[in-house]
Each structure stands twice: as C-alpha cells, then as structure tokens.
Design a protein around this ligand. Structure first.
Ligand code: NAD
Length: 293
C-alpha cells in the first residue's frame, strides 16, 4: 500500500517542537533567534517563499526581518548589504532568496555570507563540512528530505538511491547526504542530469528516487520500479483559471500515474516544500544556540 510522506503534517509538528524550544531556551545573545532575508526584485514566487519563511518565524517565536531591494541594485551594493548583515549582532542567520537578477553573480554573493550565519547552507565552507560529515548547516531542501525520511522511519541503508538534478542547492548536496554514513544515508547513489543517457534505465533501478529537475510531471510510471520511495522536489506553476490565484503547483512526478506503484511518495504541494521552510528554522535555531560555529 502506498503511504504519503506528508510534509505539511510533519512540518507543523516540528514547528511546534521548535516553538517550545524557543520559549524555553535562554539564548547566548539574550534574545530569541533572529532570521533575516534579502529579497531582490519583484518575482512573485520568491516573494511567496520569503513570506512563508517569515510567517514560520513568527509562528515559532523567532524574530525576522526582510530587506527588500530593487531589481537594479548593483552587485557591489548587494555585497555591501551582505557585509552589514555579517556584522550585525542582532541577526543570527540570514538568507539571500534566489534567483538573483542576471547582472548579479549569485556565487559571489553567496560566498560573501559569513559561514556562521549561512543558514541556507550554501556557502562552500558549509558544503565542504557537510561532505566531510562535520557539523554544518545543511542546505534546507535536502535537509528537509532527510528529516522526512527519518521521521517516517523509511529505511535507506543499503538501498540504491537515484537523484535527478545536480543543482548546488538540491540535487548535488542530496546525492552527498544519501551516500554519507549516517542514520539516513548509507545508500549507493546514482546522480542523473541533463546529459544522462537512458534516464529510464537508471530510474527503474532506484529503490529511492529523488526528483529535482523542474519539469512538470516529467516522471511517470515507466520510470519507476514497483515499491520505490519517490521524493518529488519540483515545483512548477501551471496556469489554471479554476484556481483563485490563477495557477496550481505541479511536481516533477506525475503523482496520479505513479502513486499506485510506489511504497512512499511526497505530494506537491504539501511534501518537500514545507520541510524546506522548517529546515531553515532548525538551522536558525542552531545559529542562535551557537551550536555549529
Ligand atoms: P535547476 O534548474 O538548478 O537544476 C535542474 C537540474 O535538472 C539540472 O542539474 C539538470 O542537469 C537536470 N535536468 C534537466 N533536465 C533533465 C533531464 N531531461 N533529465 C535529467 N536531468 C535533467 O533546478 P533546482 O534549483 O535544483 O530545482 C529543481 C526543481 O525543484 C524546481 O522545480 C524548483 O522549483 C524545485 N525546488 C523546490 C524546492 C522545495 O522546497 N520544494 C526547493 C528548491 C527547488
């Protein structure tokens, strides 16, 4: 029987746990944890993601600040803002919401963040520490997937995990985490990407299939082995006049088509998305507790 990996329910449970911890903890800085977010331009999806993060902070009793900048801010101007946040002792951690406008080099901006405040876990130092299994902030989306598997007691050890997508924020770190010697890990990992030949041959061999390529309903039953665990990271907005907001969200997996075949599956929405937000809160808590650096 197929079971749902329900990120909406689990994320609520973890938020309640964090809320209790925040209320009961005396933090080294003598105030609740404080997350800041840099938002550049007016992209609707980015605005929605930042709003979700800020609302989640409010729910758990953390402080939050959004710094909004016009689309035409220069790279140097943005780097100055990052530096100000690095030096601001009232902020424990901060994120730069991606994507940034084309004229700004995202790598330069992400690398300017103090690793101790990099609660998105994108800085090379945090990625390096993650790779070496040292204490670090894990990238929020892969971390959320690990938590989803862990809290649902999904066995990963010795399994063949196939990850589709090699982005720095999802696919690549995910592949590293699943191969680590850790409670959720110990997988034999295959990383597929846009140049992979005969994708279906790889996906059909997966005990655990993690899909992060950003193409709506790309994966169907022909790609999936019976009994597989399916994690759908993709989020694509599809125009839909029947919806009040004019669109609906669709994953990279054709849910209805695949559902009956697999043992576990994440829905979209309500799967990986809410777990990403909760991971950011967990990292912010670690930053305020000075538990990593
Ligand atoms: P990306 O565009 O940076 O990377 C996509 C990857 O897919 C690339 O590495 C590419 O090689 C691979 N790819 C593209 N076409 C392919 C094909 N035909 N076969 C095999 N591989 C192929 O995307 P990303 O930032 O990793 O995001 C992926 C998806 O996940 C997007 O839909 C994004 O919106 C979503 N996302 C969701 C969350 C969440 O919290 N749920 C977080 C981040 C990203």
């Amino acid at each position: 029987m197929t079971q749902l990996l329900n990120g909406k329910v689990l994320s609520q449970q973890i938020k309640d746990e964090i809320k209790e911890t925040v209320a009961q903890t005396t933090f080294p800085n003598g105030r609740p944890p404080h997350l800041a977010a840099i938002l550049v331009g007016d992209d609707g999806a980015s605005r929605t993601y930042v709003n979700h993060k800020i609302k989640a902070c409010e729910y758990v009793g953390m402080n939050s600040t959004v710094l909004r900048f016009e689309q035409d801010i220069t790279e140097d101007g943005l780097l100055d803002e990052v530096q100000k946040l690095n030096e601001d002792h009232s902020i424990d951690g901060f994120i730069v919401q991606l994507p940034l406008p084309n004229h700004i080099n995202s790598d330069r901006v992400l690398q300017a963040i103090d690793p101790a405040k990099d609660v998105d876990g994108f800085h090379p130092i945090n990625i390096g520490r993650m790779t070496l299994n040292l204490p670090s902030y894990l990238p929020a989306t892969p971390m959320g997937i690990i938590t989803l598997l862990e809290r649902n007691n999904v066995e990963t050890s010795g399994k063949h995990c196939v990850v589709i997508g090699r982005s720095n924020i999802v696919g690549r770190p995910m592949s590293i985490l699943m191969s680590r010697s850790a409670k959720v890990g110990n997988c034999t990992v295959t990383l597929c990407h846009s140049r992979t030949k005969d994708l279906e041959q790889h996906t059909k061999a997966a005990d655990i299939l993690i899909v992060a390529l950003g193409k709506a309903e790309f994966i169907d039953k022909h790609h999936v082995k019976e009994g597989a665990v399916i994690i759908d990271v993709g989020i694509t907005r599809i125009e839909d006049d029947n919806m009040k907001r004019g669109f609906r969200l669709v994953g990279d997996v054709h849910f209805d088509n695949v559902q009956e075949l697999c043992s576990w599956i994440t829905p979209v929405p309500g799967g990986v998305g809410p777990m990403t937000v909760v991971s950011l809160l967990q990292n912010t808590l670690l930053a305020a507790q000075k538990a990593v650096y």
